[in-house]
Design a protein. Structure first.
Length: 470
């Protein structure tokens, strides 16, 4: 038995918590798509810094991952915490694409044609807000400036409500092989409260069409903790999803951040909280496991044999801003408004408002608003947190060797701070490794937080920075 596939019985036994446990563990914490997290980055890091990092990556000849952010959506889902621009008038797309192509061209000057693009991801917002000819045009520009590996992972986020068969045909013809689609929940009352009416039949037809067209991998996003959800209602949604047999499922915890997204306040009185939210999650998780899916970690499930599951078992799984990936070692070049890059030992984020991003690209070719250079200590902690999140296990000797430290001595304080979690059944503190249990995998953010020294300062901020860990 491997950690990726423990017995259901074991999982059922471990997944029992009480109010008192939740009161201690369900607290604000980062999702660690980066370490250090974005609030630590600073605006002293600008485009010159990013260009120096580009040169470093070029010298390292690292493989390339490209991310394009298309921020537009036709209507606002009230739960949404993404960086979106709601715009019914589609005339905004052509000027946006013009600027994006200029940024793409500029970035490509720093990436030699010898470096293969192993991953190309379009996210948003809703990339299928664009028409099929616009998608084709943008994809062509990328192909003109970069060299794609024959087996590149080419993925896109699609909203079934605005995605046509013609969209899918165009995407497939261009070489997209992965689709990720938002569903969230099928219950009519939940859909009404979040302003997202998306009938089961619509989603089903899109998935069947995608399968027929030969997409390799189809992912579905669900959210637990939405207004008016209950374990029974959510069980029904999961049953419907199981009929569609997606290759992967993201079961996100609803992130309630009304200080950033005011519209979330509209349904605040109807949110399931505490034990109720945990029961909804538990119901969903058990159903996916009973159906044969494997739990990859941090909200993600995959069918056995899926490369996410295999690479977790081989301990080659990696995590970046798009979630889990098998493409470890690739440098991520993000383009578009708000897009984030993670290159060598640095992070950089583009301007978050459209006019600033447009002006910066027009003037300079790139639009860095803030960023961060990792110190040696950051790199070490990033490795520990990444191993916890991706492999569920940290082998002390590996970290000691890689960073020239004595793990137990360097992290003596952190190991001591993990003891209460050990006593609560989240983690096994062994002489040679740190190993998470089932419960620990659910509350993995809490375990990772022990290794994050920036949190203490962040917790003093006037407004909370992160959503809760459950
Ligand atoms: C960019 S959207 C997906 C593509 C497309 N726009 C759609 O909605 O179908 C990314 C995903 O983020 C998740 N998401 C957005 N806001 C969230 C929140 N407040 N809490 C948890 N997940 C959220 C949703 O599951 C959503 O499908
Ligand atoms: S969930 Fe998707 S479609 Fe809805 S507002 Fe957010 S990004 Fe747009």
């Amino acid at each position: 038995m491997t950690l990726a596939n423990p017995s259901l019985q074991q999982m059922r036994e471990e997944l029992h918590v009480g109010e008192e446990f939740l009161a201690r563990y369900n607290r604000p914490g980062p999702r660690y798509t980066s370490y250090p997290t974005a609030p630590v980055w600073n605006d002293a890091f600008g485009p010159d810094d990013l260009e120096r990092v580009h040169e470093e990556a070029e010298r390292a000849r690292s493989p390339v991952s490209l991310y394009m952010h298309i921020p537009f959506c036709e209507s606002l889902c009230l739960f949404c915490a993404c960086n979106v621009i709601i715009q019914k008038d589609k005339n905004v797309a052509p000027p946006y694409l013009g600027v994006l192509k200029r940024e793409l061209e500029h970035v490509s000057r720093s990436v030699s044609r010898k470096r293969p693009v192993v991953q190309f991801h379009w996210g948003g917002g809703t990339p299928t807000y664009l028409t099929p000819p616009q998608i084709e045009d943008l994809f062509g520009a990328a192909r003109d400036h970069f060299t794609f590996a024959a087996d590149a992972e080419v993925g896109i986020e699609v909203d079934p409500r605005v995605t046509s068969r013609e969209h899918l045909e165009t995407l497939r013809r261009l070489g997209f092989n992965r689709l990720s689609m938002g569903v969230q929940d099928f219950h009519p009352e939940v859909q009404k409260a979040i302003n997202r009416i998306q009938p089961f039949e619509l989603t089903r037809d899109l998935i069947f069409a995608a399968r027929e067209l030969g997409f390799d991998s189809i992912n579905v996003d669900l959210i637990y903790g939405l207004p008016y959800q209950s374990p029974e209602r959510f069980a029904h949604t999961v049953d419907q999803i199981l009929q569609l047999a997606p290759d992967r499922v993201a079961l996100f915890s609803y992130a309630h951040v009304p200080w950033l997204k005011k519209q979330q306040g509209s349904f605040a009185a109807h949110l399931p909280e505490g034990m109720q939210k945990f029961e909804i999650f538990r119901t969903g998780m058990l159903k996916f496991l009973e159906a044969g899916y494997l739990y990859i970690g941090m909200d993600h499930f995959a069918k056995p044999g899926d490369e996410l599951a295999t690479s977790q078992q081989n301990r080659t799984l990696h995590r970046n801003f798009q979630g889990y990936t098998t493409k470890a070692g690739a440098d991520l070049y993000g383009m578009g408004v708000t897009a984030i890059s993670g290159i060598q030992n640095a992070y950089a984020q583009n301007h978050r408002d459209l006019p600033s991003w447009e002006r910066a690209v027009a003037g300079r070719g790139i639009a860095t608003m803030r960023g961060y250079h990792l110190s040696d200590d950051d790199r070490l902690r990033r490795a520990v947190i990444s191993r916890l999140l991706c492999h569920t296990i940290v082998v002390k000797a590996e970290i000691s060797r890689e960073f020239g430290i004595d793990f137990d001595r360097y992290f003596a304080e952190e190991l001591r701070r993990l003891e209460p979690s050990r006593d609560d059944g989240l983690v096994l503190l062994e002489s040679d490794q740190i190993r998470t249990t089932w419960l620990g995998r659910i509350f993995i953010r809490n375990l990772a937080m022990v290794f994050d020294p920036y949190l203490e300062r962040q917790q003093l901020a006037a407004k909370p920075l992160f959503s809760k860990t459950l």
